[in-house]
Design a protein around this ligand. Sequence first.
Ligand code: FAD
Length: 336
Amino acid sequence: MGNVWIFIEQEGGKIADVSLELVCKGRELAARLGVKTEALLLGDKVESCVDTLYSYGCDTVYLVEDARLEPFTVLPYARAIVDLVREHKPNILLFGATLKGRELAPRVASEKLGGLTADCTDLRIDDFEDKKNNKSYTNKLMQIRPAFGGNIIATIVNTWDDPQMVTVREGVMKMDAPDPSRKGALVRVKPALTDAETVVKVIERVRADKEVDLKGAQIIVAGGYGVGSKENFKLIYQLAEALGGEVGASRAAVDAGWIDHDHQVGQTGVTVRPRLYIACGISGSIQHVAGMKESKKIIAINTDPGAPILSVAHYAIVGDLNTVIPQMIKAFKAKA
Ligand code: FAD
């Protein structure tokens, strides 16, 4: 049986948290199957990441280094990965459901003509019985994700050719502590890239003024459609600033153009687990709650006493955020 592979996302030699989360989950799946956990590390001069990958539990690192793999563009990455998959035939291939992962995984899947389940929130190994076709499968990857707008949790099984490919949402898998004494095997790979894969040239990269770090934030103040306007979102920023937190948002606020998608919390946004989450003018749809319900303490401010968010909250404030937020800022500043 093939091994469990994880695509390692890195930027400037720093490994993305989601990749380390997936290495930890990959180890668990590999142990259940009795196979190895192996990482695909692509880029230019990224060998410094290898020891970190061993320390999180990779048995093997395929190191694919080439100047044409930096910065990330999807065509050469897909080519190198498809070639490796064809040669080594992994059983499972995991990608983070990040911008890069969401662009890369479908290309690899379509070249391999395999299946891909996007945005998984859990993975496990189990046997599967296809009663319709009277077939049974052992040790398949159960690919678990919300479906139909979050109203059901679907378990998807790929019964055709390996590898079983998924993208997994950031922040949903637990990251175990690294063990620096762990060691593994390094396999250096020279990718066979042609002009066809390097047609896209990155001319310039522009960084956003301030990177939004919702996943790492201990305090998040999130605004929803109840905030009323882009102009009024300044209240949310003021409260976040007073508390030293980040600003989050519901999809309705993002769709209204009041705030960028980077701030969106929920099923199609970021999953967060801060110490404190303050939901202001957010109704509490299943899709929003899916991304913030693990917060240690939740405060909700809403004019509607029947809003679902109030039953998720540890502290519910029924009131107008335009009145409540300035009072909170004043009270906090008086105590500080
Ligand atoms: P609303 O539902 O309109 O709620 C506004 C709330 O503000 C109401 O409860 C109202 O009582 C309150 N309010 C109004 N005025 C005030 C005031 N002055 N003071 C205090 N409270 C006030 N949504 C997400 O958030 N994240 C996702 O990732 C996401 N993914 C989705 C994926 C799919 C496939 C689908 C179908 C939907 C998704 N949604 C997501 C959308 C989701 O279903 C809801 O539409 C959205 O969360 C609603 O946002 P909201 O609570 O801000 O707006």
